[in-house]
Write a protein that binds this ligand. Structure first.
Ligand code: PAF
Length: 284
């Protein structure tokens, strides 16, 4: 596996692949690679002749007071994990190469960036869309692979790819979980032993939502109440939001009609660690 740090060199390399008729699959990450990223890279391996993994902790998607400075960084581990999972190139630019002095251009996907994570983290998706657009331009992929755990990110980036005629297929890989259901996340590393013990309550609560809906519950408020009470009764977590929305439009729902795919999503804090999780439920 080759490591590249300069955007211009990465772009030249990708143009070379393209002119040789190779299909490029991209896995954008912020590093601290774990089993969830490995699943993305393996998926990329099945879809591309060349697999590029990017590692860049993007300051533009962190708000003031968020964890940009303490976000886990593990460049040696990333090299090993990406190479073992089958990446051909690791692109790991410096911040100054991505946002040089005078930088002032941003991409905003408007309405889809506002609810859920966007309401809790204003400006987050502007940062995500901007860096992903830049990574797309630099690496020239045919497809890009993202995890379902960041459900709203997928919706926002699909919209961006369509709206800007990028012609890049956005591929989604199911959330990878620990044996007890906790979704893999680089932020799990922040959890204390007791918080780690409590954190699987998030997925248990989502499964309760699914069970209730499959048993015929059609009130979103009742589903939100069931999820909230499971989390608050069984952990010390403080809930940022629990939501039932249309999985494509992210429109909040009150009545859960047949023929929709629902996104049941939540964010909660264990101490200072904020975790997110979600499930999709199709109502026939
Ligand atoms: O999902 C992530 O790790 C990041 O939001 C992404 C897509 C790499 C953009 O920085």
């Amino acid at each position: 596996m080759k490591t590249i740090r300069e955007p211009r060199l990465m772009h030249n390399e990708s143009e070379g692949f393209r002119s040789a008729g190779k299909r490029i699959a991209l896995v954008p990450t912020m590093g601290a690679l774990h089993g969830g990223h490995t699943a993305l890279i393996r998926e990329a391996r099945t879809r591309g002749d060349v697999v590029i993994v990017t590692v860049f902790v993007n300051p533009a998607q962190f708000g003031e007071g968020e964890d940009f400075n303490r976000y886990p960084r593990d460049s040696e581990g990333d090299l090993r994990t990406a190479s073992e999972a089958g990446a051909d190139i690791l692109f790991a630019p410096e911040t100054a190469a991505m946002y040089p002095p005078g930088y002032q251009t941003f991409v905003t996907v408007e309405a889809l960036s506002l609810p859920l994570e966007g309401a809790a983290r204003p400006g987050h998706f502007r940062g995500v869309a901007t860096v992903v657009a830049k990574l797309f331009n630099i690496t020239c992929p045919h497809c890009a692979i993202f995890g379902q755990k960041d459900a709203q990110q997928v919706v926002v980036l699909r919209r961006m790819s369509r709206d800007l005629d990028l012609g890049i297929e956005i591929v989604v890989v199911p959330t990878v979980r620990e044996g007890d259901g906790l979704a893999l996340s680089s932020r799990n590393a922040y959890l204390s032993v007791s918080e780690r013990r409590e954190a699987p309550v998030l997925y248990r609560a989502l499964r309760i939502a699914e069970k209730r809906i499959r048993a015929g519950e059609r009130s979103a408020a009742a589903v939100v109440a069931a999820v909230t009470s499971e989390i608050t009764a069984r952990s010390s977590a403080s809930i940022d939001y629990v939501s039932v929305a249309d999985a494509e439009t992210l429109e909040p729902l009150s009545a859960l009609d047949a023929g929709r795919t629902l996104l049941v999503s939540l964010a909660a804090r264990f101490g200072t660690t904020r975790l997110i999780d979600n499930i999709h439920i199709r109502i026939e």
